[in-house]
Design a protein around this ligand. Structure first.
Ligand SMILES: *Cc1c(COP(=O)(O)O)cnc(C)c1O
Length: 384
């Protein structure tokens, strides 16, 4: 059996080696390292893949979130509601811009931001909601967009973990994750579903004026060369990364399919186990079907009950099975973000999830033998 990896970037590279190598070589030969034609090609191809009017590439996913908030003109003291159970980047940029983060609880089923908790958190100072499409499936965007409309709030989607996922409205209309709110932000960090070979990110919007504003912000606030109209940043996707991404984009659907196939096999093995809660699909889906497009399984995250999660994690690593705990500490209890406004009783779900979630190896190269070894090792541990 091949060594099991949490994320297997080498296996994926071997399959696209020729395209990627020649594409990178072309960037080097033409020395178009910054804003070269590859960046433009990738931008256009991603726009058409997502069905969004504007993709603005930038240096990483954290910048993408920050720039999205700058583009919307959010001001000191504006309150921004986001999920307590996510990677810190989301709340970090809110704090960096001197906005006021308002962390709220998530759903126990799909781990995404809790709609009732959003409603409860709205005050006259609230200006935006940042749903995070955690682990690969969308938050309840239809409800979030309704709340935003009724309260005149912006919606910024943190789509770092769900690129390629579809969101299905009640009437059956499908749209790509990240293109529903006023603006979407994504990351091309190597381990993400569409990852480059370094750092990268992008911002999506259908709003022409906002796209224009953001294109200036990523480039030092310049709309005309050496005229700086607003305070900007320097945040670029370099051409070599764009070359890698442009070579991988045509494969994104098959990559996501491979993740779903692995998730389905995990589900099969665990679905009748009393000590394991398999990941719940939102979007009205009961199980992963052949045409599944709502969950792209950036992570395959289980919840355990009646067994010690940390003991299981330790056992797995002794058996050479990597695993992860995303996330072990709620953001509202992270030193950088503690705030007297928060009340523990409002974070019941996150406080539980940090104790019982565990993420299994998930990537495009997992084979049957590896999945069988992982699932049987877990089941044997549970059965003692
Ligand atoms: C990875 C990630 C980010 C940040 O992306 P970087 O490219 O690493 O800056 C932001 N939000 C979420 C939810 C992520 O998973």
């Amino acid at each position: 059996m091949n060594k099991i990896q949490m994320v297997d970037l080498k296996g994926q590279y071997n399959d696209i080696k020729n395209v990627v190598n020649s594409s990178i070589q072309e960037v080097i030969e033409t020395t178009a390292f910054i804003n070269g034609p590859k960046v433009h090609d990738f931008q256009k191809n991603l726009e058409s893949y997502l069905g969004v009017k504007h993709v603005i590439p930038c240096a990483n996913g954290t910048d993408a979130l920050q720039i999205a908030m700058m583009g919307l003109g959010l001001k000191t003291g504006d309150e921004v509601i986001t999920a307590d159970f996510t990677f810190a980047a989301t709340v970090e940029v809110i704090a960096l811009l001197n906005l006021t983060p308002v962390l709220v609880d998530v759903n126990v089923g799909d781990f995404n931001i809790d709609i009732e908790a959003i409603k409860k958190a709205i005050t006259p100072k609230t200006k935006a909601i940042v749903p995070v499409h955690l682990f690969g499936q969308c938050a309840n965007m239809e409800a979030i967009m309704e709340i935003a409309k009724a309260n005149n709030l912006y919606v910024i989607e943190d789509n770092a973990q769900a690129i390629g996922a579809n969101y299905t409205y009640k009437d059956g209309t499908k749209v790509k994750a990240g293109t529903i709110g006023d603006v979407g932000a994504t990351s091309f960090f190597p381990s993400k579903n569409l990852g480059c070979y370094g750092d990268g990110g992008a911002i999506f919007t259908n709003d022409d004026d906002l796209a224009h504003t953001i294109r200036g912000i990523v480039n030092h606030g310049m709309y005309e060369r050496y005229h700086h109209d607003v305070v900007g940043v320097n945040s670029r996707l370099d051409s070599i990364q764009a070359a890698v991404l442009d070579a991988k984009l045509p494969k994104l659907n098959s990559y996501n399919k491979a993740r779903q196939t692995a998730a389905k096999k995990y589900n099969e093995a665990f679905k009748n186990n009393n000590n394991i809660i398999i990941p719940k699909l939102s979007n009205g889906c009961l199980e992963i079907c052949d045409t599944c497009d709502c969950h792209v399984f950036h992570q395959y995250t289980l919840r355990v009950k009646g067994i010690d999660r940390d003991a299981l994690a330790k056992h797995l690593s002794e058996k050479n099975i990597p695993c992860g705990v995303y996330y072990p500490i709620p953001l509202h209890r992270q030193k950088a973000y503690v705030d007297a406004r928060y009340n523990e009783a409002d974070f019941e779900v996150t406080n539980q999830l940090v104790k019982d979630v565990i993420s299994l190896p998930m990537h495009t190269e997992l084979d049957d033998e590896q999945i069988e070894y992982i699932t049987s090792t877990i089941i044997k541990f549970i059965n003692g």
